[in-house]
Design a protein around this ligand. Structure first.
Ligand code: 9WN
Length: 460
């Protein structure tokens, strides 16, 4: 993506060419009505990837953006849960593990759709943010497009509301404002050291035999989670299957129940977007009141997870009540949920700029690594244990914008685009060398690039 550099201002041709490179990735990874996160590593539809993809497509192909989300929501469970993977029956055999057979969700749970098969987990709820972006990009366009998008909002508002209701109830029976996850995969930051302590306490039983397919699709196995981590992931999956994916039973017996601050913050931001969607579709006042309650509750809950020493927000183990004290990018959750008092905002910005994150002197690009280089668990090449993820940088950029930190946001936007101009649309990057790692044509990286480039044109 050499042409995508934003360093020289006023270069519309460069922006144009970066746009078409990013759009090309999404086109190549596209399958009829949805988009694979990566051509071979991730051959099915993933939930939060699809939300980011739709957000990017909103700028280039509004119809495809709406179809992406409609396809995803067609597999919503009766409980309101949006599953984290929807398996493509036409994907090559043995292309991803765990596969539909291993999850066995439609046989085990009457709440799961019977076809296509899905996983039994969920992922962070970026969807309302994407739907809102689709609405924003349609404004000022021709009346036919605006009314088509308004129709899309009307059709999908109830699905979004059910999804959010599921998160606010089944995943937060304590009404803490914090969402409980059942598996590191639900966080979207799978092998982050955030989960180490809880995973260490899990006694791994007999995991049915399996072979990993992910390692065939990356240049080096050290980029991906380790085998012991995978054993734990798969053991947790077996335990969830034993409960038949029953929420109450999971809550009573599962060894991995964690209040995830990043997930919870995204939920708050998504509720803000849902509130605006509620206005467009003339939703009932009770709905608005409910969504506002979720926003306030979420911000309050996140406030209670503040670590004054680390100046970051910490996840919490539900079973022990203990905070999980690790310095990762998730700690910036309150910036994402918004509504901060100036003091807390300044503390977070101070942490962001410090050598623990973007201010580390060895970084190739001043962007926050997934885990702080100052944390003992840091590993510069291993997935969520250190590499820089453009999608996480996008979340912070967007949060800075919403917080009114326009100059910082603009600087961050340019830096992300420079990183991509240098290393392409990779899944993640070694923070010190800038080496692209993981999948080389990752859809959500291209999607966030489209959103950042649109902001350059003043249209996001
Ligand atoms: C497991 C698809 C997904 C992302 C996650 C990322 C990774 C899967 C995996 O890929 O997770 O869900 O096999 O590693 O961690 O955030 O949604 O891009």
């Amino acid at each position: 993506m050499k042409e995508a550099s934003s360093q020289e201002d006023g270069a519309p041709a460069k922006v144009e060419s970066a746009n078409s490179l990013a759009a090309g990735v999404l086109r190549r990874n596209g399958v009829e009505s949805w988009t694979r996160p990566a051509p071979t590593l991730y051959p099915h539809q993933w939930s939060w990837d699809s939300a980011f993809i739709a957000l990017g497509l909103a700028h280039t192909d509004n119809r495809r953006a709406t179809r992406e989300l409609e396809t995803l929501f067609a597999s919503q469970w009766d409980t309101g849960k949006v599953p984290h993977i929807i398996f493509d029956p036409d994907a090559p055999p043995r292309s991803y593990f765990p596969d539909a057979e291993r999850w066995n969700s439609s046989a085990l749970s009457a709440d799961a759709p019977s076809a296509p098969h899905t996983s039994g987990l969920c992922q962070p709820p970026v969807h309302a943010v994407a739907v809102h972006r689709i609405w924003e990009t349609s404004r000022g366009k021709d009346e036919r497009r605006v009314s088509r998008v308004r129709e899309f909002l009307r059709d999908n508002y109830p699905r979004l509301l059910n999804w959010h209701r599921y998160l606010a109830t089944a995943r937060d029976p304590e009404e803490s404002g914090l969402v409980t996850i059942y598996h590191p995969w639900e966080s979207g930051t799978d092998n982050s050291p955030r989960w180490d302590k809880v995973l260490e306490a899990v006694e791994v039983g007999d995991v049915p035999p399996y072979s990993r397919h992910d390692l065939q699709h990356v240049a080096d196995a050290s980029h991906r989670p380790t085998d012991p981590e995978y054993d734990r992931f798969l053991w947790l999956l077996e335990l969830l299957k034993r409960t038949r994916y029953e929420e109450a039973e999971i809550y009573a017996s599962h060894p991995f129940l964690v209040k995830d601050v990043l997930f919870s913050a995204i939920f708050v931001a998504a509720n803000e977007a849902l509130l605006e969607i509620a206005d467009v579709v003339d939703a009932q006042d009770e709905d608005r009141a409910l969504i506002e309650t979720w926003i306030h509750r979420g911000r309050r809950g996140l406030g209670e997870c503040w670590d004054p020493e680390l100046k970051l927000c910490m996840d919490r183990d539900v079973r022990t009540g203990e905070p999980l004290r690790v310095r990762t990018v998730a700690g910036f959750a309150p910036l994402i949920s918004g509504g901060l008092d100036p003091g807390r905002r300044d503390e977070l910005l101070e942490t962001l700029d410090s050598p623990a994150f973007s201010g580390h002197p060895g970084l190739r690009w001043p962007l926050p690594p997934s885990t702080s280089p100052e944390d003992p668990s840091f590993h510069p090449r291993s997935y969520w244990r250190g590499p820089t993820w453009p999608v996480a940088s996008w979340l912070l950029w967007w949060s800075l914008l919403r917080a009114g930190e326009l100059e910082r946001a603009d600087h961050m936007r340019k830096t992300i685009l420079d990183q991509l101009a240098d290393g392409g649309f990779a899944e993640y990057f070694e923070p010190f060398t800038g080496e692209p790692l993981g999948s080389m044509e990752q859809s959500w990286t291209a999607a966030v690039a489209l959103d950042l480039l649109a902001a350059e044109n003043g249209s996001a």
